[in-house]
Design a protein around this ligand. Structure first.
Ligand SMILES: Nc1ncnc2c1ncn2[C@@H]1O[C@H](COP(=O)(O)OP(=O)(O)OP(=O)(O)O)[C@@H](O)[C@H]1O
Ligand SMILES: [Zn+2]
Length: 564
């Protein structure tokens, strides 16, 4: 099991630590109940039971996940602020939720409509664009594209739609007008609009139970109360702006997500996700805005928050501003996206987790071990491994108990560490039987049970978006089929040469020694070929003096094998 440094959960002390709160400014109300936030109890939705228990930040405990429409669940995911390259912290959050999305879809038959907002105008974007002497729009579009490429490289499925803030300004303005009309926001002479937090009473804070206290505001602030937050920000000189009923300006951060999510899903949302740092104030403010605008009791039913990725041994999350980050691109020069996914699977999506090269190397070794088990199991099925008897009934039983354990763990708030343990356990037993069968080469064979294990593993890894190197894969353009044909020929030829070189000479005495000496260069040539092909990503395994098999290595494994 991978050690995670901080426990899961969203209790006040943890959240405070995660957010660097607990200093002046915010406090937890005394005696807050474990569920229901400050104002109200959570309303359990009606609709389709997915069969999954999910940890809901709104209640601070696991709840049955019930989605309003049987046909598809609505899911809003806060997207990135596109001002620079994405780092592994971002990757961690989006990969973890991608795994959850795939599990919900493929294991629990729950189709999902996912909307992601892209923050393409904001202080950081404007500042960076000024530094680079380009327009904020150009900078944002550059890094939006970069983010999408990184996500594709990590095999994160794209949302059903991306929605950019700058393409939805009129909708955001109407949303703000709606909140003003309901008496929960006010505009100022300077052209700002603020949410009036007092008007929300103790309904504010239902997510994390935080009540705003006095915060250090600039002396020229035009807010009525220090804790009110901006819905519309009047343009400063030389800043990008849009016309509005309150004068030129741009939207505040929280209102973007409320307006965009509402544009697609209206007044009701099943799932809302983001990193734990977004719970407060971002999601808390989104809830206040939407519930006021829609005049509803409960806008989002389930808030899912992922734990932070930290640099090993550090308290702070991996972050641009702290300059303690590794970009996704740099990471992918050394490790595959599958290794990162497997690293993510080995911890609960809610846990804070430490990044280290050694944790990645461990994940890589485990994946290689699983891939190698599958190759051996295939070789056994084809009769290329010396045959012997295996405990077939035990393996069938292990397979079915693993399937049950995996499904139960996934239904329990997507408990992927438990799942990984179950999968590794099955591989361990399968490997043990293959080794046992090598020791007693004669006996009944049991290829079917290995076939069943292979197909379960393939299905599982496909579900979570991991590909274990599979030599039987053939790409659409036919080039890989050609490669396979050529390598097959080559390996067959090498096998014949090796068989001849290893065969016992009939001669005796000096003549025999002479013959063995003469054949030595052939064996050396076979070894040289094997090593040479490793550099091209082809791994030949000599199973016996008469049988050799081969498999394709992925790029990064190839580099490491040829360097080693
Ligand atoms: N170190 C991290 N670990 C896990 N999730 C993270 C981490 N950093 C950011 N995220 C998540 O990534 C998503 C996009 O974040 P966003 O673009 O707002 O970046 P950010 O938090 O401002 O990052 P940075 O501090 O590096 O600028 C959010 O859901 C956020 O919670
Ligand atoms: Zn958001």
């Amino acid at each position: 099991m991978l050690r995670t440094t901080r426990g899961p959960g969203l209790g006040p002390p943890l959240l405070q630590a995660a957010l660097g709160l607990g200093r002046a400014g915010w406090h937890w109300p005394a005696g807050r109940a474990a569920s229901g936030g400050r104002g109200r109890a959570w309303l359990q939705p009606t609709g389709r039971e997915t069969g999954v228990q999910v940890y809901n930040s709104l209640t601070g405990r696991k709840e049955p996940l019930i989605v309003a429409h049987a046909e598809a669940a609505s899911w809003y995911s806060c997207g990135p602020t596109v001002y620079d390259h994405a780092h592994l912290g971002h990757a961690c959050s989006y990969v973890r939720f991608d795994i959850i999305r795939r599990i919900l879809t493929k294991v629990f038959g729950c189709s999902i409509v996912m909307v992601m907002g892209i923050t393409d105008v904001d202080d950081k974007i404007i500042k960076r664009a000024n530094e680079m002497n380009i327009s904020p729009a150009s900078l944002a579009s550059l890094y939006e594209e970069d983010f999408k490429q990184d996500m594709a490289a990590l095999k994160v499925l794209p949302p059903t739609v991306y929605l950019r803030v700058t393409e939805n300004i009129p909708q955001i303005i109407s949303f703000i007008e709606g909140i003003i009309a309901r008496g929960n926001a006010y505009s100022t002479a300077k052209g700002n609009v603020y949410f009036d937090l007092k008007s929300r009473g103790d309904k504010y804070g239902k997510l994390v139970g935080v009540v705003p206290g006095p915060v250090g505001e600039p002396a020229d602030s035009d807010k009525r109360h220090a804790s009110d937050f901006a819905l519309w920000k009047a343009a400063k000189p030389q800043e990008v702006f849009w016309a509005s009923p309150w004068g030129p300006g741009r939207p505040g951060w929280h209102i973007e997500c409320s307006a965009i999510a509402s544009m697609v899903f209206g007044s009701q949302l099943d799932i809302h996700s983001g990193g734990i740092d977004l719970a407060f104030p971002h999601h808390e403010n989104e809830i206040a805005q939407c519930e006021v605008f829609h005049q509803c009791e409960q806008w989002g039913n389930y808030f899912l928050h992922s734990g932070h990725l930290h640099a090993k041994g550090k308290e702070e999350k991996m972050s641009k501003s702290l300059k303690n980050y590794i970009t996704i691109k740099d990471f992918l020069k050394t490790f595959s996206p599958d290794v990162f996914r497997f690293f993510c699977l080995r911890s609960s999506y809610r846990s804070a987790i430490d990044y280290s090269d050694s944790a990645m190397l461990q994940a890589q070794q485990l994946l290689l071990g699983l891939g190698s088990f599958l190759e051996d199991a295939r070789a056994y099925m084809k009769g290329q491994l010396a045959c012997g008897s295996v405990r077939e009934a035990m393996l069938w039983e292990r397979l079915s108990s693993t399937k049950r354990a995996v499904k139960a763990a996934l239904a329990d708030d997507f408990d992927t560490p438990r799942v990984v343990d179950a999968i590794l356990g099955l591989a361990h037993h399968g490997n043990g039987q293959l080794r046992a069968s090598l020791k007693e080469p004669e006996g009944p064979r049991s290829p079917a049970v290995f076939g069943a294990i292979i197909s379960y593993f393939e299905q599982f890894f496909e579900t979570v978006g991991i590909s274990l190197a599979n030599q039987q894969y053939v790409s659409g353009d036919g080039s890989e089929a050609t490669l396979h044909g050529v390598v097959d020929e080559l390996v067959r030829f090498r096998q014949k040469v090796r068989q001849f070189a290893l065969a016992m000479p009939e001669a005796t005495g000096d003549a025999r020694r002479q013959q063995l000496l003469e054949r030595q260069p052939l064996l050396e040539a076979c070894d040289t070929l094997r090593r040479g092909l490793t550099a091209h990503g082809i791994n030949i395994k000599d199973r016996s003096s008469t049988t050799s098999t081969w498999e394709l290595l992925d790029q990064r494994t190839k580099d490491q094998k040829s360097a080693g």
